[in-house]
Design a protein around this ligand. Structure first.
Ligand code: GRF
Length: 205
């Protein structure tokens, strides 16, 4: 059996994606261990979810660092100290700098609530509704220098319904996020993802 993939998760808020990862690790769907959860916010509900599973949590306050690079350096130290192979941005509301991107090139995944490259940035679901698209969704991608860009690993499409609000559409997209993020992590843990230029090739099982 291959050694378990060591995951570190960066969070800022609610933490439902983190919860799904932890559940899938526990029920054996995801062959990995989450060894540290780092938040930029003390108030993130995700921290309690991690603690409930006995996972070490660290809060690193950006305000105590002179620059984003220094702050990301502190995050990098925390990840390295826990032997993290793969970083997951699960509702992490901060732009990451080259310090982290270079250290974890093609080893850092983000989940975004749109069918990228459409609607990067904040309020992706609202952007989709305002634009009148009939198909919304979510994307797991490797993190690159450009925000919400980088090689796409998996996507799930979610049809927009006539009377959708931002809340109702977000809720249906979130259900799909909870499917594709652990799936992408499991593919990674099986060594089946290969980045070729902008594309991610997925090898057969
Ligand atoms: C998700 O919609 C994710 O796509 C976005 O932030 C939200 C985080 O939700 N990046 P949660 O904290 O995992 O519940």
């Amino acid at each position: 059996m291959t050694p378990k993939l060591i995951i570190g998760v960066l969070v800022s808020g609610r933490g439902t994606n983190l919860q799904q990862i932890l559940d899938d690790v526990e029920n054996g769907k995801l062959h990995a261990s989450v060894l540290v959860v780092v938040s930029n916010r003390e108030s993130a509900q995700a921290l309690a979810k991690a603690k409930a599973h006995g996972i070490p949590t660290i809060v690193i306050d950006p305000k105590t660092y002179a620059s984003t690079e220094e702050y990301d350096g502190a995050i990098l130290d925390a990840l390295k100290n826990h032997g993290v192979d793969l970083v997951v941005l699960a509702g992490y509301m901060k732009v990451v700098s080259s310090v982290l991107i270079e250290a974890y090139r093609n080893r850092m995944m983000n989940i975004h609530p749109s069918l990228l490259p459409a609607f990067p940035g904040l309020h992706a679901q609202r952007q989709a509704l305002e634009c009148g698209v009939k198909m919304a969704g979510c994307t797991v991608h490797f993190v690159a220098e450009e925000v919400d860009a980088g090689p796409i690993i998996l996507q799930a499409a979610v049809p927009v319904e006539e009377h959708d609000t931002e809340e109702s559409l977000s809720a249906r997209i979130l259900e799909q996020e909870h499917q594709i993020l652990p799936k992408a992590l499991q593919l990674y843990s099986e060594g089946r993802l290969k980045v070729v230029g902008r594309r991610v090739e997925i090898a057969d099982a």
